[in-house]
Design a protein. Structure first.
Length: 366
């Protein structure tokens, strides 16, 4: 059986009209580069797309996770797009997420977001690739908990003996650089004690209790890498589905509830996450509301059959209407918490520069 690795590596390397969309020429350039890599046999297949201002490189290969050649290919592609397209066209924030000049074998910690998983391709292998714009990795905590641990979302947890044992969640503490694995259902309450703090504890991987990889998420926090605000780390995630894993529809069901995520304007506000088609994956109102796309693929000996644009469906129209109702409500708060993020999260934005000015104006109260 073929052991295949799916790598989804993304970066914002500049966009058209502010932080709105990737320019078609950027996509074209990235495609050309990955096509060459496929011809040399480095990768089996690829699909280039965008979610808002983020350029998404989906690649399949047999080199495993964290492979220097694959990460190097992604890095060089982002660099090339920046130098050959973003900069000459004076696109906005050209090369924004490329935080280092020197690539040293792995894009983790350099700016681009990465979700990867290696597995033996099953006789039929349906996967869903998620990409979001104007939010952060913690945005996946709630929906992925629902998919893999909540029987009110995923009928298979109750009905299908293969899902009945539950799943194990590997969670990253992105502030301390620590990792913990907790099993559901037994440790569900402990897991939720972490996952509720979305800015710090982030789902990294989910496995079946037999050790089958089921989901993998990006966990970068650009602001922590750069030590200054360089945009939100618009996250990506890969989920395997069916035949003992949650069904495609059980995975999508979790996104029918437009939960509040951190991000939106200046990465500083809470807003509802809007499931959209590729066509509508572009942020407008108040640089939002935050968007998410879901692309379905069937793997065929490492080749990507698809995509199926899964949120391109009237079944999600009601969610999108709700999103706009919530967006209206949240925006009426203007600069006030809890619509604006709390002080801890604002540390990583440009707000401290503004507050600095007031420092000397304060006097001691007797
Ligand atoms: C959020 C985002 C945008 C920008 C905003 C200001 O992730 O990318 O909301 O923060 O448009 O951008 P600058 O500071 O580049 O003018
Ligand atoms: Mg941008
Ligand atoms: Mg973005």
């Amino acid at each position: 059986m073929l052991k295949v690795t799916v790598s989804l590596i993304k970066a914002d390397v500049g966009s058209l009209a502010g932080h709105h969309i990737v320019h078609p020429k950027q996509i074209e350039a990235a495609r050309e580069n990955l096509k060459l890599a496929a011809e040399t046999g480095l990768i089996l297949d690829f699909y280039v797309f965008n979610c808002g201002d983020d350029l998404e490189l989906l690649m399949t290969h047999t080199k495993g996770e964290d492979n220097p050649e694959i990460h190097g290919l992604a890095w060089n592609t982002f660099k090339m797009v920046t130098d050959n397209v973003s900069k000459p066209m004076k696109l906005y924030a050209a090369g924004q997420d490329l935080l280092s000049d020197a690539f040293s074998g792995n894009v983790r910690g350099l700016g681009p977001g990465v979700a990867e998983m290696e597995f033996e391709e099953r006789p039929s292998e349906p996967i869903i690739v998620f990409a979001a714009d104007k939010t952060e990795p913690g945005a996946f905590n709630l929906p992925l908990f629902r998919v893999f641990a909540d029987p009110f979302n995923t009928a298979g947890l109750v009905i299908d003996p293969r899902l009945h044992k539950g799943f194990s969640f590997t969670v990253l503490d992105v502030l301390e650089g620590l990792r913990v694995t907790l099993n559901c259902p037994e440790e569900m309450y402990d897991l939720l004690a972490l996952l509720g703090t979305t800015g710090r504890y982030v789902i990294h991987k989910i496995h079946s209790r037999e050790g089958l990889i089921a989901a993998s998420c990006s966990t970068t926090r650009l602001s922590l890498i750069a030590g200054r605000y360089v945009g939100k780390d618009d996250p990506v995630c890969i989920v395997r589905t069916q035949s003992g894993l949650p069904a495609v529809g059980e995975v999508l069901e979790a996104f029918s509830f437009p939960h509040l995520v951190a991000g939106w304007m200046r990465g500083s506000h809470y807003g509802p996450l809007m499931p959209v088609s590729l066509r509508d994956a572009k942020c407008t109102r108040f640089d939002g509301p935050p968007r998410i796309v879901a692309l379905g693929f069937q793997l065929n000996n490492g080749k990507l059959i698809g995509p199926a644009d899964l949120f391109d469906d009237p079944a999600f129209e009601y969610t999108r209407m709700k999103v706009m109702e919530i967006a209206d409500y949240m925006r009426r708060h203007g600069p006030f918490m809890p619509a604006r993020l709390g002080p801890d999260e604002m540390e990583y934005t440009t707000l401290p520069q503004v507050l600095e000015k007031l420092k000397d104006r304060f006097e001691k109260v007797k």
